[in-house]
Design a protein around this ligand. Structure first.
Ligand SMILES: [Zn+2]
Length: 252
């Protein structure tokens, strides 16, 4: 049974609190922005290096990301404390409630990871610290998409794009387009090189490149097609999360 109040932030938080309770974890506030309090949690298994960073809802019009992350956490409530995780359930509540991409200042937070004057970015930097994760997973949606796809940085093999797409393809086929957002795509995988020119052209530092530069080797931006039914988009996010954990040797 899916709860369709996917743009109701207090309701989302309430459901996260229930998961946290079941998991024996505590949601901690890390910023206040647009009149909303933002939360994250760290599992006790998380060490100084390694582990997995997961965020959703940086763009408020991508509700299957926040719902998918929650559905995954509900599914694994009894394992969450034993897996090394830092999770940000919703990075842009103001946008989620209004179903818009940006925050209340009109800023695309996924182009603003070097701007510490923005409260939600400053708060995130503080609670993440200098941690080098084994993987960072950024959950998104795209209304132009014709299937699932992901971005992965090319510089650092082994790549995870293929197994992640294979897992999510069981739910939604990969986007067949050869170019997506002006980038070459192959079977739903956009494997880009890290380049500062690109960062300047798109207008600021994305979350994935922020983590990559800080020593996280696998930084994956996963996208579901937001014109597809909510329930299967949620399941596609769950599949990618499960596969990420499996690749790092954590499964239930
Ligand atoms: Zn997005």
């Amino acid at each position: 049974m899916i709860d369709h109040r996917s743009h109701d932030y207090p309701n989302l938080l309430q459901r996260w609190r229930a998961v946290a309770r079941a998991a024996g974890l505590k949601l901690e506030p890390f910023a206040e922005a647009g009149g909303y309090e933002l939360f994250h949690f760290r599992s006790p298994a998380l060490q100084a290096t390694g582990g997995i960073y997961i965020s959703a809802g940086i763009h408020g019009d991508e509700a299957a990301s926040t719902e998918g992350l929650l559905a995954w956490a509900q599914k694994h409530a009894h394992d969450l404390a034993t897996w090394p995780l830092q999770i940000f359930p919703c990075l842009n509540p103001w946008g989620l409630v209004r179903n818009v991409r940006t925050n209340e200042q009109g800023i695309d937070l996924n182009r603003a990871f070097s701007r510490r004057q923005i409260p939600e970015i400053r708060g995130l930097h503080t609670v993440v610290g200098r941690r080098r994760f084994a993987a960072a997973l950024h959950l998104h949606e795209d209304y132009d998409a014709q299937g699932i796809y992901l971005y992965e940085i090319r510089d650092n093999p082994p790549h995870w794009g293929e197994p992640l797409i294979a897992a999510a393809q069981k739910i939604i086929p990969a986007d067949p387009r050869a170019r997506i957002e002006d980038r070459v795509s192959r079977l739903g995988i956009i494997r880009r090189r890290l380049d500062s020119l690109h960062i300047r052209r798109i207008g600021g530092l994305p979350e994935a490149i922020f983590f990559y530069r800080r020593g996280t080797p696998h930084c994956i931006t996963f996208e579901t097609p937001s014109e597809f039914a909510l329930e299967i988009r949620i399941q596609a996010h769950v599949a990618v999360l499960d596969e990420t954990l499996r690749l790092l040797g954590h499964s239930s």
